[in-house]
Design a protein around this ligand. Sequence first.
Ligand SMILES: Nc1ncnc2c1ncn2[C@@H]1O[C@H](COP(=O)(O)OP(=O)(O)O)[C@@H](O)[C@H]1O
Ligand SMILES: [Mg+2]
Length: 293
Amino acid sequence: MTDSLHVIIAVINNKGGVGKTTAAVNIAAALATARRRVIVVDLDSQASASVWFGVDRERLKPSSATCLLHGYPARQAIRTTGVPHLDLITGSPELANADLALADVPGRELTLKQSLQGLRQRYELVILDCPPSLSLVTVNALVASDALIVPVPPQHLAVEALTSVLASADRVRTRISSKGRLLGILLTMVDQKRASTSELRERVRAQHRERVFLTEIPESRALEEAPAAGKTIFEFAPRSRARRMRSTAWAAKSSSGSTLAADPRCVAGRPRTLNLGVEQYLPRRFPSRMSLK
Ligand SMILES: Nc1ncnc2c1ncn2[C@@H]1O[C@H](COP(=O)(O)OP(=O)(O)O)[C@@H](O)[C@H]1O
Ligand SMILES: [Mg+2]
């Protein structure tokens, strides 16, 4: 049984402003260590993750769009970030034209998967920060990924849309036989002071049960301000409650990484209980077992 990951995780939700980029950047930062090299691939035309890591908007090329649309080798588009062991492939405005540009390309849903092949050897974890739409770029991300994290704030419209987000991802998975399975729904921007929070959070938990990470990311000024400072939450506010991102990251690491890699039944797609195996790193509230269906 191997402990190595070599896993691609897509952070998806076709709604904007739900915390995808925030989750992608900080989970990546939480997991980057000397032993675990991590790369964020920014697939959003707004390039928020890239700007967060300090890339000038004038210098976004070569980007994931260059790889996806022009066959540029992904390895040559890699950049380092200020975070040790965490690299980046930038997003760029060109991604907004991907649907049109790829329309006549045979196997257009597989382009990203092929492009990222070379990164699997180099990185233990590849995190895809997806755009806020179920565009061809997101479909490419679903096809390329092994596991999905779906952030959702306890806000009425976002919770209403969650079932359809999951259903769309499932349809793509079935239609194109991609293996990207749901790693977990991540409650983000949880504002305890808002009256509707408890009810909406409980609704998500009742409906999606063990598919929801027990760890929640609170609404936090530090997380709101960290992008402008160009810092991850661990650099910007190491004592903030928002660094709970780390426990989500551990869950992502263990369940999609060692277990997915080691347990062939996961690939076959049968319901099962995954042993997270890194309980010692998790806060007590975190489940030691998580069932993924
Ligand atoms: N937990 C949080 N607390 C406060 N603000 C947050 C939190 N998560 C995200 N934000 C802010 O909300 C906005 C949208 O988040 P973002 O991660 O960019 O969403 P998405 O990628 O889904 O569009 C950003 O301004 C971000 O800084
Ligand atoms: Mg985003």
